[in-house]
Design a protein. Structure first.
Length: 769
């Protein structure tokens, strides 16, 4: 028996080896073949330069692009692969090879991209389809940003009616303290009423609350999401009127992204930027860098200029490096560093400001089918902000230094986020911590001589807890329940002054302050039919006064604004309802929302005294303001080569109650236009040529709380054209085509917007579109 078995064993081994050989020789080659096909649009027109790839387990095995006639050929080595096709302006095609008949040439028809149907958003802390999210959200993708004449992200976001900075001017030349973002007319001062995030980290200045838009290299942004309406349930402090989420591009394994852009324009303007993302062997490397400079323009109106008026200019350098390590598909860690420096001259010989900013962050992502998804983020940042102020004569021919300020600040914090799917529910929660410390060190000048040294500042510590349930009740009904609790404390606050001639010193210690806020949000979306959906929501939101508002005074021209250590947090109750429509084969999308926002204790600069040479104001809590409005958004793409979009806001923002000064009741909030209209058109007559224009109309608004200084309405138009060849693209952009020098400020001298601006440039793009 043993002899028989010993004889059979080699035979069995031989038979097994023979089967393996036959499988290798005859079966496997059946999958190793060249597949050809044609990619067209719905009108049977070929689509050239479409990216065709074959992947398996998230790794690209082969890739190519379609020729001018839409034809492609690609090697397929595995039967269990996925065929992917991507082209500008079209929805991505993705299908398993097992579902495709490979015996004949393929004919693949790409459908025009439908924004509301295809785009996924994460601004509500949990990723979801835009069309299924019960919130007023507008998205600008990479393609839209590339076809916009604007140089900066904030100017691109002005395509969305209701998005504004505190003043009308661009962040290119305006003072950083006026760059706070606002939505739906919930303004009042330079601090942001909207939370702004870039790559998951806050862009809101920790000390002053404004936003450093220069810290965002536009070339790195893949998608910009704007949520209009109270968003404190998601982001806590500063999200009183909404939130902005700027998402960076990210390369897939072995599919590097490289972008480069440079341009030169009028006003001696130059910029250069680069973005690179590469992932290989579970390591990822992302670099974004930008340099910018402009000689600017003279902001003071021509008829009011004097000898002291000079150009408002700016220059900055910015670099962000991120290194990540993936341990598997569900676990990743990363570290990020950011260095930023800028200098601005503010339009007179003696006024300028400088900023030096450093930030380091670490993070980790982990996903487990049993326990859910976890995200950890931690950061530390330091900043030094320098600024000079001056007193100007009535004829603007003489100027004397009035203050020199240095504002050092630092912040650090951490948050842990968790989410998990439970049947029809997506449940998420987070815990967050942040501490800010900052001081304003000033030297006061009188008659060109330093007289007083003043130092003031303090610290703020915040703890937050967040929870949310996204419940898909049925195919037609989505419900969102969310809430956040924030507790913060201001402590170690003081103000000290020293007379430089007598050396006498006085110190005032401010008492510790504690506040808390509960911010719930309830929202629903009901899909009435395939064309209409109904949306409704209620939210409470808040904004805590910044250390800047509590302890730092500043001066612009002849207007002195005082600090107020007794400020309390702003609170808002927002109710909104809307109707969405999608029709004409998904080529037309309409959205309309009506909202009411009642804000208690809004911080507004209140006029205390007014004299020819000096207007003194102080930040104060007004009793209550009320904003009621209607916002409309439309997008129409009759065919893939042409797209129109428009956005409109009608808002009535007034003081509803102010016992301390009844004269302000029914006055309009400063810096809020009653009507805003924007429109855009994108046309691509051929694959290589792109044309676009962007228009903006804004109603009149008031500079001050008394509604005595009126800024006139304006219209501005921008144009953009580009031509692609290989991986390169030449472009030209014109901002303010009609050279409209509209009002920006009255201090009380009139300042105006930048004149017509023309630039030409070159782009290089490799990888992800």
């Amino acid at each position: 028996m043993s002899i028989h078995l010993n004889f059979l064993l080699p035979l069995r081994v031989f038979a097994a080896l023979r089967l393996i050989f036959l499988f290798t020789v005859f079966v496997l080659p059946s999958f190793a073949q060249i597949v050809s096909g044609t990619v067209t649009d719905a009108n049977n027109a070929p689509i050239p330069n479409a990216e065709v790839s074959v992947s398996a387990k998230e790794k690209t095995l082969a890739q190519t692009t379609t020729a001018a006639d839409g034809v492609f050929s690609i090697n397929i080595a595995q039967a269990n692969s996925i065929l992917k096709i991507a082209a500008d302006g079209f929805s991505n095609y993705e299908k398993s090879l097992g579902e495709i008949d490979l015996t004949a040439p393929l004919k693949i028809v790409l459908q025009p991209r439908n924004l509301s149907e295809e785009v996924r958003v994460s601004i509500t802390r949990t990723e979801s389809r835009l069309s299924e999210t019960p919130a007023s959200i507008v998205v600008l993708n990479r393609e839209t940003l590339d076809a916009t004449a604007a140089q900066t992200v904030d100017d691109s976001l002005r395509q969305i009616a209701g998005f504004t900075l505190f003043r009308r001017s661009s962040s290119k030349t305006s003072n950083p303290t006026t760059q706070g973002a606002n939505l739906r007319g919930l303004s009042g001062s330079g601090a942001s009423r909207a939370a702004v995030l870039f790559d998951g980290l806050s862009l809101n200045d920790a000390f002053g609350g404004w936003t450093f838009w220069s810290r965002v290299p536009t070339i790195a942004v893949e998608q910009a999401e704007v949520l209009r309406g109270g968003a404190s349930a998601f982001y806590g402090n500063a999200a009183l009127s909404g939130a902005v989420n700027l998402i960076t591009s990210e390369a897939e394994e072995n599919q590097p992204i490289l972008r480069f852009q440079t341009s030169a324009g009028t006003q001696n303007t130059f910029d250069g930027s680069v973005f690179s993302s590469y992932a290989v062997n579970n390591w990822s490397f992302d670099l974004a860098a930008e340099t910018f400079q402009t000689a600017g323009y003279i902001p003071t109106a021509q008829e009011q200029r004097g000898a002291i008026d000079t150009k408002a200019n700016s220059r900055h350098n910015n670099a962000i490096l991120t290194i990540g390590r993936a341990f598997n598909e569900n676990a990743r860690i990363f570290a990020r560093g950011n260095l930023f420096a800028e200098r601005r001259d503010n339009g007179t010989s003696l006024t300028n400001n400088r900023t030096y900013f450093r930030q380091a962050a670490i993070g980790a992502d982990f996903a487990n089918e049993r326990f859910g998804t976890f995200q950890f983020r931690s950061f530390v940042e330091k900043q030094v902000y320098d600024q000079t102020f001056s007193a100007i004569s009535n004829n603007r021919n003489t100027e004397t230094l009035s203050r020199i300020q240095r504002v050092p600040s630092q912040a650090f914090g951490a948050n842990l986020f968790w989410s998990k799917v439970f049947g029809a529910h997506v449940v998420s929660g987070s815990f967050e911590f942040r501490e800010v410390r900052g001081f304003s060190d000033e030297i006061v000048y009188v008659n060109n001589r330093p007289t007083t040294s003043i130092g003031s500042g303090g610290r703020e510590r915040t703890f937050s807890v967040f929870a949310q349930d996204i419940w898909r009740v049925s195919k037609k009904l989505n419900l969102n329940f969310g809430a956040r609790f924030d507790y913060w404390k201001n402590f170690a606050a003081l103000s000290a002054n020293r007379n430089l001639s007598t050396n006498l010193t006085g110190v005032a210690n401010f008492p510790d302050r504690k506040e808390r806020s509960f911010s719930p949000r309830f929202a629903a979306l009901y899909q009435i039919n395939q064309h209409f959906s109904f949306v409704a929501s209620y939210s409470k939101s808040f904004r805590a006064p910044t250390l800047n508002e509590l302890y730092r005074a500043f001066r612009v021209g002849s207007i002195l604004t005082l600090a107020n250590e007794n400020l309390k947090s702003e609170r808002a109750d927002t109710v909104e309802t809307g109707l969405n429509y999608t029709g004409f084969s998904r080529k037309l999308t309409l959205r309309g929302n009506f909202f009411i926002a009642e804000i208690s204790r809004p911080v507004v600069s209140i006029t205390l005294t007014s004299a020819p040479n000096l207007i003194t104001r102080q930040r104060q809590n007004v009793g209550e303001t009320r904003s009621r409005g209607l916002e409309l958004d439309a997008e129409f793409s009759p065919f893939a080569k042409l797209k129109f979009s428009a956005s409109y806001l009608l808002v009535d923002s007034r003081v509803a109650d102010f016992p301390a000064n009844p004269l302000l009741i029914d006055k309009f909030l400063p810096q809020v236009a009653r009507q805003q209209l924007t429109f855009q058109a994108f046309y691509r007559p051929q694959k290589k040529l792109s044309l676009s224009l962007q228009g903006r109309i804004s109603d009149a608004q008031f500079e001050d709380d008394l509604n005595a200084l009126r800024l006139r309405p304006f219209f501005t138009l921008d144009t953009f054209a580009s031509y692609k060849f290989n991986k390169f693209e030449m472009f030209t952009a014109i901002e303010n085509v009609f050279n409209n020098r509209y009002d920006v400020g009255l201090t009380p001298n009139r300042t105006t917007a930048a004149p017509r601006f023309l630039r030409v440039g070159l782009r290089f793009r490799l990888g992800k579109k």
